[in-house]
Design a protein. Structure first.
Length: 83
């Protein structure tokens, strides 16, 4: 299975993996931990409903622009009810 791993990787991940020191990964757990440490920050976090409560109208921002910004953020968050 490990022999086929490189076939399915994104080029950036492949470069990262092949640049690791030889024998620095001794288990799937090691691979998991190092992968998350290297790539987690590059992933966009999906928001949640609490993030919507943090959106406030900015000083000198029109109501129209505020509502537009709010609605844009709402579309980025999965499973938000319309009410």
């Amino acid at each position: 299975m490990a022999n086929y791993l490189l076939v399915y990787l994104d080029p950036a991940v492949w470069i990262w993996l092949t640049s690791l020191p030889k024998e620095s990964i001794t288990s799937w757990g090691d691979l998991n931990k190092k992968f998350i440490e290297s790539f987690q920050a590059t992933c966009n976090r999906l928001g949640n409903q609490i993030d919507l409560t943090r959106i406030k109208q900015k000083t000198n921002e029109s109501l129209r622009d505020y509502i537009k910004r709010f609605c844009t953020k709402k579309t980025e968050i999965p499973n938000v009810p319309d009410q």
